[in-house]
Design a protein around this ligand. Structure first.
Ligand code: 5AD
Ligand code: SF4
Length: 461
């Protein structure tokens, strides 16, 4: 039996693609390897959105050189965005690499691996499936929550972003196919679906992305046609497509939780313009307010970039101002990193690293404060949790997410396994990033106090 090992970097799209890689190899008789030493095929599914991830890839591929020298029949594959971006060049730069494969060519992987094993020379296969886009169907696994791709690629041209280059233009999956995949996963036990796409809410039923997005209609169709689905999330939407119709869908569909992850990137209009985001600080706030007026108590999280070229203290202050205005309860913050092929490369990366660091820390501190106050305000309240996993270290303790995406650890009644169920939880304590509570009928065990991080020296006898 041949064995594979897939290592994943980057975003949820990559995590999702890695599973498809595992499935296509599985369908061709491969088994998952527990460790590197026994793998016949190693796939590195890469990310190039920020510089760090790419550096990590280069050093990892380097470490496989020795392994390949010991076992020349080992097949080393680079997949994902770095593969798409660099293609043949990567083969030239890394001589012990066998295959470079783009995100749209995953289905071809088993045949390509076989050809390499049969002695074919290293090759790169990075062709976008523009004519007839392919969306590999996800196989059900034993899990409560799962991802389903609805579109791929991106037609935006945010000036800092390499994604339009590595993932190509927008292509949409047919609604019938999406609904069928969700229904199949739900039959297999999945209770929550997160729809995936680079600009997920720009979804259209036809080939062309012109005119207003039809994403709200897709949400309605899923809610109607898969009644046993408990929750429907989506990531990542573009603020431009948070339309009136989408706000209506949020107000009307109980299946949509009261949480939205809506990347904003900056609170400064000058930066937003340079980033080509096509909305202003005020537009963003207005849309969130309109949504909150219809969905009271909705929580919002976001992505933010600090230190984009030309960002001044005043620009960053506008970002902090936006954080306070919207009250983001969590945030992915990044230091701007110049990427190849992006329009922003023409701008000088003029914000010193130390300033980027300071701004990022200030941003995290502002969001932490909001998050802490928000979680504290829930103590004594009852929240609805979709239970996802069991905490192996404590009997009867489980974890899940509330409707507003708070992470909740809960005590379940003795002998009851609530995984996959929506349960009511009385919140007893708030921690820095999570809540702790009691499911109806459960017994509260206060978490053990944290041990000191530094071990004190033992007293000598
Ligand atoms: N530098 C820093 N952050 C970036 N992102 C995308 N491109 C860059 C870049 N060049 C961030 C954005 C995006 C998230 C996935 O990564 O915030 O929403
Ligand atoms: Fe990149 Fe902008 Fe497209 Fe998001 S919307 S993938 S940030 S170009």
């Amino acid at each position: 039996m041949k064995r594979y090992l897939v290592q994943t970097f980057g975003c949820q799209m990559n995590v999702h693609d890695s599973r498809r890689i595992e499935e296509v190899l599985g369908a061709h008789g491969y088994e998952q390897a527990d460790e590197l030493a026994v793998a016949d095929v190693i796939v590195l599914n890469t990310c190039s959105v920020r510089e760090k991830a790419e550096q990590k890839l280069r050093s990892m591929v380097g470490t496989y050189k020795g392994l390949k020298a010991l076992r020349p029949d080992l097949v080393i594959v680079v997949a994902g965005c770095v593969a798409q971006q660099e293609g043949d060049q990567l083969l030239r730069r890394v001589p012990h690499l066998d295959l470079v494969i783009g995100p749209d060519n995953i289905a071809e992987l088993p045949a390509l691996v076989e050809s390499i094993r049969d002695g074919a020379p290293p090759r790169a296969r990075t062709v976008f499936d523009l004519e007839s886009p392919r969306f590999l169907v996800a196989q059900p696994r034993k899990e409560v929550t799962s991802f389903v791709t609805v579109m791929k690629g991106c037609d935006e041209r945010c000036t800092y972003c390499i994604v339009p280059y590595t993932r190509g233009p927008e292509r949409y999956r047919a609604a019938g196919e999406i609904v069928a995949e969700i229904a199949h996963l739900v039959e297999g036990g999945v209770r929550e679906i997160t729809l995936l796409g680079q600009t997920v809410n720009s979804w259209h039923s036809g080939g062309s992305g012109e005119g207003e997005s039809e994403f709200p209609a897709l949400l309605r169709r899923i809610a109607l046609e898969v009644p046993s689905l408990l929750r429907l999330r989506y990531t990542s939407p573009h603020p431009r497509h948070l339309t009136e119709a989408l706000i209506d869908a949020h107000a009307q569909l109980a299946i949509l939780p009261r949480h939205l992850h809506l990347p904003v990137q900056s609170g400064s209009d000058r930066m937003l313009k340079r980033m080509l985001r096509r909305y202003t600080h005020a537009d963003y706030v207005r849309r969130i307010e309109a949504l909150r007026a219809r969905v009271p108590g909705l929580t919002v999280s976001t992505d933010m970039i600090v230190g984009f070229p030309g960002e001044t203290d005043a620009d960053f202050e506008a970002t902090l101002e936006l954080v306070r205005e919207v009250g983001f309860v969590s945030l992915f913050g990044f230091k701007y990193s110049p990427r190849p092929y992006t329009p922003a490369l023409k701008l000088e990366d003029d914000v010193p690293e130390a300033v980027k660091d300071t701004r990022l820390q200030a941003l995290f501190a502002a969001v932490d404060e909001i998050q802490r106050a928000h979680l504290q305000s829930l103590v004594g309240k009852r929240v609805q949790v979709l239970v996802e996993s069991r905490d192996e270290s404590v009997p009867n303790r489980y974890a899940g997410r509330s409707e507003r995406h708070e992470l909740v650890h809960l005590e379940a009644p003795e002998g009851l396994d609530p995984r996959g169920a929506l349960v009511n939880v009385e919140i007893v304590e708030a921690f820095k990033h999570s809540l702790h509570g009691l499911m109806e009928g459960g017994v509260y065990h206060a978490p053990a106090p944290k041990r000191a991080a530094i071990r004190l020296p033992m007293a000598s006898a």
